[in-house]
Design a protein around this ligand. Structure first.
Ligand code: 4NP
Length: 167
């Protein structure tokens, strides 16, 4: 997995795929653009639930991403077994997501992790019942964790020797 072969496939997962995982996907896509790494990755997001499938992201999430220059077109969808098989990294927002993904898709074992593990632990609070400020705070949290995740991939040689700083 990884190395110089195919793209590194990263999937962000939350409950509804309209708030937290689109925020994380937007933040991660922006980081990839900033580092010139878009071509090395395939990035997507999904929800453990399908209630919002086919809908655009929450208007607050859209507003926050637009303000950060991180907006991207998004249509919510539910996670599938194919996702569990084909993504290298499945980064979830809270323990309920983790439990749900592992219970429904045992294939995800070993690839699914709490996103905030890269930031010392914890869960991304659900801003769905909150306001714009909660959404903005969720963005900063997932952005910092995405940065730490990408730093890790660059540091451990996953992106190849050039990205790791020579050798
Ligand atoms: P998300 O937020 O998991 O961050 O997308 C939620 C979206 C919808 C619902 C709950 C959380 N809902 O209950 O419909």
């Amino acid at each position: 997995m990884g190395g110089m072969e195919g793209p590194i496939r990263v999937l962000f997962v939350c409950l509804g795929n309209i708030c937290r995982s689109p925020l994380a996907e937007g933040a991660f896509r922006k980081l990839l653009r900033e580092r010139g790494l878009e071509g090395r990755f395939e990035v997507d997001s999904a929800g453990t639930g399908a209630w919002h499938a086919g809908e655009p992201m929450d208007p607050r999430a859209r507003k926050v991403l637009e303000a950060q220059g991180a907006y991207f077109p998004h249509v919510a969808r539910a996670m599938t077994r194919e996702d569990a098989l084909s993504f290298h990294h499945i980064l979830v927002m809270d323990r309920e997501n983790l439990k749900e993904v592992l219970a429904r898709f045992p294939e995800a074992k070993g690839k699914v992790r709490l996103l905030l593990d890269y930031l010392g632990g914890g869960e991304v609070a659900d801003p769905y019942y909150g306001d714009l400020q909660d959404c903005l705070e969720a963005y900063w949290t997932v952005e910092a964790a995405c940065r730490a995740f990408l730093d890790r991939l660059e540091g451990d040689g996953t992106l190849g020797p050039a990205a790791a700083g020579g050798a």
